[in-house]
Write a protein that binds this ligand. Sequence first.
Ligand code: SF4
Ligand code: SF4
Ligand code: SF4
Length: 173
Amino acid sequence: MGSGGLVVLDERDCMVDIARFFLKFTQAESCGKCTFCRIGTKRMLEILERLCAGEGRRDDLEKLATLADYVSRGSLCGLGQTAPNPVLTTLRYFREEYQAHLEGRCPAGRCPALIRYRVNTNCIGCTLCAQACPVGAIAYRPYEKHEVDERLCTRCDMCRQACQDDAVEVVSP
Ligand code: SF4
Ligand code: SF4
Ligand code: SF4
């Protein structure tokens, strides 16, 4: 495949976060010679970061598309010319996910600022989640239904991975 690559994603991957991830990489790799790549990718990254943080603005999607077009056409080399591709593709095929982020939701449950962890009624009180939580956001209560303290939770996902009873859910309002 030469220098190409293949990435497999499913419905648990957030397309806005994926676009942010790829743009962050190309933005860091920009040599800075031309303005569109150096500054255009930075402005695009800022928009994606605020969307993932739930601070998107109404005209952000239009701005993203316009900037992507400028950066593709105005950059001197392949890096800048292709940097906006993940944004353009996700905007074209997953626009509803961008729209959800504008409304403060992350449908894939990946953007920490837009999700909450909750223990459901499957909980048998085994305490595995409390033992796994690195910040003490789940009190240790053997044989009782456990609860997540949202004020302490850092959305690290350790409790969900530790639970063997599908009792820890990720919800996005
Ligand atoms: S497009 Fe190429 S030459 Fe221009 S700033 Fe980006 S990496 Fe440098
Ligand atoms: S690991 Fe799951 S079943 Fe065990 S206490 Fe935590 S939420 Fe309940
Ligand atoms: S997501 Fe992380 S910080 Fe939050 S309750 Fe679970 S283990 Fe603790």
